[in-house]
Design a protein around this ligand. Structure first.
Ligand code: NAD
Length: 399
């Protein structure tokens, strides 16, 4: 029987809750403590799950020798500090993306995790939708041929109005890039994971449409501005006295053209101000033998395009998937597998690696994104910021 791994969560917002619920679906992991910005928030999240230890100081948890691993689900600017302290405290670390706000910080974390010999993971969970794995395994089997073009979007609308606010808007909490780091990093992680190719140079155009936003005097959780501050037309329901006009130093939108080698090129755009798009991560990969297209808002469907035969719309059904992709589908066809399930797939592999537990051979115990992948995404984001600043193409260095 595997040893139970005792873990703790830092952050009690959107991701804190999602991680907690996904961890409760694993057999040999126990969540024993939560750190929040204040003790009430930590206890409130923990109470529904019978988690007794809640603290306002994450260091209390790091000094507890009974805790083996930490999940970091706090705003981006805290990731480096918390991950570094956790590794120095001998804990395995699963950190939300982006791994840090700067390349140098991510490099330090990669080196530290390696030196300490600790397991580390960055939460690029979107790779683990079954149909994304199907695209990857089709490419590996040569069914796409040589890849010529990769294109897509990651569009959201939750920051469309000038009254929409979140900590991500301010570089001090979210880092110097918003859209590219927040959602573009998921897109590029998927593009590189599925194609097996690396972005080696890019040209980016980043735009901040709202130079100032109306910051609520009370704090708000991710996506919650859509429920509270404004009506459907963006009209302020709370009265102007509840807001502070605040300058915005991060981008609402980004467009990138890029190269992944001599003959593979691509384009993508990200936006958090695209009306009607909720979490539309779409990706289309065009090869010399076939194309594949997938959209996160319809995750169980994979479009397969062919020139000399009929196109297909493949619905997720485990027996119809490649065996290696099947390992990421836990439910029969017709029962959709969505966003929540991708966290379970990542965490299962991360914790199986820590405990040495077997997992289905096709799924691969060590198949989860590590700090090296987090560093990789920071290099792409950093190149996009530099390209936008200099209005030129910028090379993306290898890790
Ligand atoms: N993988 C994904 O699909 C995904 C989706 C959303 C967010 N994220 C990432 O997750 C992280 C958190 O984002 P979110 O959307 O949950 O934000 P959120 O604002 O909903 O939650 C952040 C939480 O951190 C807490 N916090 C702030 N300072 C703290 C401190 N010193 N100690 C403990 N807790 C503290 C806040 O009180 C809040 O509860 C971000 O890095 C974000 O990029 C990832």
């Amino acid at each position: 029987m595997e040893k139970t791994i005792r873990t703790a969560i830092f952050g009690t917002g959107f991701m804190g809750r999602v991680h907690l619920e996904a961890l409760r679906r694993l057999q040999f992991v126990e969540v024993v403590a939560i750190a929040g910005r204040n003790i009430e928030a930590a206890r409130r999240l923990g109470s529904g799950f019978s988690i007794v230890k809640g603290t306002a100081d994450f260091r209390d948890i790091l000094s507890d020798p009974a805790i083996d691993a930490i999940h970091i689900c706090t705003p981006n600017a805290l990731h480096f500090l918390m991950a570094k302290a956790a590794l120095e405290g001998g804990k395995h670390v699963l950190c939300e993306k982006p791994l840090a706000t700067r390349v140098a910080e991510a490099e330090e974390l990669v080196a530290l995790a390696e030196r300490e010999g600790l397991f580390n993971c960055v939460c690029h969970n979107l790779r683990y939708y079954p149909m994304v794995q199907q695209m990857r395994r089709m490419r590996e089997a040569g069914e796409l041929g040589e890849i010529l073009a990769v294109q897509g979007t990651y569009f959201q609308d939750w920051l469309l109005h000038e009254t929409d606010w979140n900590w991500r808007v301010e570089a001090e909490a979210g880092g110097p890039s918003r859209c590219m780091a927040d959602i573009g990093s998921h897109w590029f992680d998927m593009a590189e994971h599925v194609t097996g190719l690396r972005v080696n140079s890019l040209s980016a155009d980043l735009q901040t449409f709202y130079k100032t936003r109306k910051r609520p005097k009370h704090s708000s959780e991710t996506f919650s501005s859509k429920l509270s501050g404004t009506d459907m037309l963006g009209i302020n329901l709370l009265g102007t006295k509840d807001y502070l006009d605040t300058p915005v130093d991060t981008e609402d939108y980004g467009g990138v053209i890029f190269s992944m080698g001599e003959r593979t090129h691509g384009s993508m755009s990200v936006s958090q101000v695209a009306a009607g798009r909720k979490n539309r991560l779409s990706i289309e990969i065009s090869g010399t033998r076939a194309s594949v297209g997938w959209n996160q808002e319809r995750p169980d469907e994979l479009w397969i395009g062919r020139r000399d035969a009929a196109n297909q719309l493949l619905l997720k059904d485990p027996p119809l998937l490649k065996p290696e992709a099947r390992a990421y589908a836990d439910l029969p066809g017709g029962h959709s597998e969505g966003y929540d399930d991708t966290f379970k797939q990542v965490f299962r592999r991360f914790y199986a690696s820590i405990s040495g537990a077997p997992i289905s051979a096709a799924g691969g115990v060590h198949d989860f994104p590590t700090f090296v992948d987090g560093l990789r995404q920071l290099k792409i984001v950093s190149a996009a910021l530099e390209s936008n600043r200099t209005r030129s193409w910028v090379d993306v260095s290898e890790n």
